[in-house]
Design a protein around this ligand. Structure first.
Ligand code: TMP
Length: 217
């Protein structure tokens, strides 16, 4: 449902290793002539980056956490994502709504249908013509870097000081992973699941192929 632009999101548990591939795909798409906007959630605007700092470091309950994620998303959509798609740019977003379902829904156990209501409210695109129906903004493609939480924990150990999510036990990330699997089952056409336990080069091949297969490279 993008304007002329394309919207690609990158998902996975902490330690799955997606971030280097987001940047590599941005470079690759730029060399193929795309105008690329590289952004992240929570964040991507001055206001949403302030919300990110709160959500990652201040204690709060699950509803507050979910509302902050969607508040940051609303600002990000209005200020950055929708204008970029309207210009015809390619938007690469390091995490989007699936992360809220996986982390707040799966990880924290927050009510899935309430998240769906918030999703509809925050990501609504009003109909362009009178009598038409509204739609909901979703990525055109979501790359899910799927990794066993035990391996992710080994990769993260010794890294920088963990935030409120990175410091969670492996069981939390099992639940986050199950949340991602549920989102994939709900929208199988939008998702590509990438086995993030592979060597980095093989992971990159899978990332590149997902864009090439859609004719974007
Ligand atoms: P990052 O470290 O990949 O930038 O992500 C920041 C953290 O925020 C990560 O642990 C996942 C978490 N997060 C949520 O819990 N819900 C969300 O909706 C988003 C976008 C991120």
């Amino acid at each position: 449902m993008s304007g002329q632009g394309r919207f690609i999101s990158f998902e996975g548990i902490d330690g799955a290793g997606k971030s280097t591939h987001v940047e590599a795909l941005a470079d690759r798409l730029r060399s193929a002539g795309h105008n690329v906007v590289l952004t992240r959630e929570p964040g991507g605007t001055p206001l949403a980056e302030k919300i990110r700092a709160l959500a990652l470091h201040e204690p709060m309950d699950a509803l507050t956490e979910a509302l902050l994620m969607f508040a940051a998303r609303r600002d990000h959509l209005q200020q950055v994502i929708e204008p970029a798609l309207a210009r015809g740019d390619t938007v690469l977003c390091d995490r989007f709504t699936d992360a809220t379902f996986a982390y707040q829904g799966g990880g924290r156990g927050f009510d899935w249908s309430t998240l769906s209501e918030l999703e509809r409210m925050v990501q609504r695109i009003p109909a362009k013509i009178e009598g038409g129906s509204d739609s909901i903004r979703q990525p055109d493609l979501t790359l899910w870097f799927d990794l066993d939480p035990d391996i992710a924990a080994q990769r993260l150990s010794g890294a920088r000081l963990p935030d409120r999510f990175e410091s969670q036990p492996v069981a939390f990330f099992e639940a986050v992973r199950a949340g991602y699997a549920r989102r994939l089952a709900e929208s199988p056409d939008r998702f590509v699941r990438i086995d993030a336990a592979q060597q980095r080069e093989q992971v990159w091949q899978a990332v590149e192929q997902s864009a090439r297969g859609r004719g974007w490279l």
